[in-house]
Write a protein that binds this ligand. Structure first.
Ligand code: SAM
Length: 257
């Protein structure tokens, strides 16, 4: 029988409890959109019955869309995250959308997932590789792909060599190894990945995410235990408003050579 809620959380998620509480119920926990997911999917060559996993799937925005879009291929999507509460939400949405037979939520660590090496045709991930670091993430995830398998994922990326100092300072804390598109693609090719495509997410993908985040901030305003987290989230939105021209999310579509 397929696993059901409640899904366990991995112990290393404990320090993120306030952020997970703030993000409760959000359908996207990072910038993205259906249009961007589908644009990336169209760049992925797939065999007739692909093995697919969405790592760091959150509450399932992309996993559910992949399941719907790939339904004719009758392929189950392994949807893995370390946050059990997000997987509970994913399960509820999958049930409501009649997709439970196509999506398999799984609590785990995307740095060491319970997926056999060389078994995936498509590894999906939106907004999560930064938790592993670009080079380390590529190395671990490439190992999960079959030869010719594809990984498609978004990551925060510098758009300028000399970004404004406030952006440099903030991202230096959040993601010290954040690269430019050029540097990231060079590293990908160095570890044996061919570049099938890459594109920047439109800023609307950020504002749609921030709209959901701001709605949650307003709902949680006054909860002292979340005050610091709310201030941090609003600082992030403000930073994007003023310096978002210098960074953003890029979708990378890479194939195991
Ligand atoms: C920015 S959110 C993106 C979630 C989802 N892909 C989306 O776009 O809505 C990053 C996700 O990575 C998950 N995560 C962080 N570290 C992880 C790890 N080591 N293993 C599995 N999931 C992890 C978090 O729980 C969170 O759901």
């Amino acid at each position: 029988m397929n696993p059901r809620p409640p899904f366990p959380s991995m112990p290393f998620m404990e320090p993120f409890t306030p952020l997970l509480r703030l993000f409760q119920g959000m359908t996207r926990k990072g910038p993205g959109s259906e249009a961007s997911t589908l644009r990336a999917l169209a760049l992925c060559p797939l065999p007739p019955h692909p093995a697919v996993a969405d790592l760091g799937c959150g509450s399932g925005a992309s996993a559910l869309l992949l399941a719907r879009t790939l339904q004719p291929l009758q392929t189950p999507i392994l949807a893995l995250d370390a946050d059990g509460t997000a997987l509970d939400d994913l399960w509820e949405s999958a049930q409501a959308q009649g997709l439970l037979s196509q999506v398999k939520p799984c609590s785990g660590d995307m740095a060491n997932p319970d997926i056999p090496p060389g078994s995936l045709d498509l590894l999906w991930s939106e907004g999560s590789i930064g938790h592993l670091g670009w080079a380390e993430g590529l190395r671990i995830w490439r190992n999960l792909l079959r030869p010719g398998g594809v990984m498609a994922f978004t990551d925060a990326t510098w758009f300028e060599d000399n970004p404004p100092s406030e952006a440099r300072r903030a991202w230096g804390d959040w993601y010290p190894t954040m690269g430019t598109e050029e540097a990231n693609l060079r590293t990908a090719m160095d570890v044996g990945l061919d570049v099938l495509g890459h594109f920047r997410l439109p800023s609307q993908d950020w504002w749609d995410y921030f709209d959901q985040a701001e709605a949650r901030c307003q709902k949680c305003d006054g909860d002292e235990s979340l005050a610091e987290t709310i201030a941090g989230m609003r600082g992030e939105m403000n930073l994007y408003r003023h310096t978002g021209h210098s960074y953003g999310y890029v979708f990378y579509i890479l194939q195991k050579a």
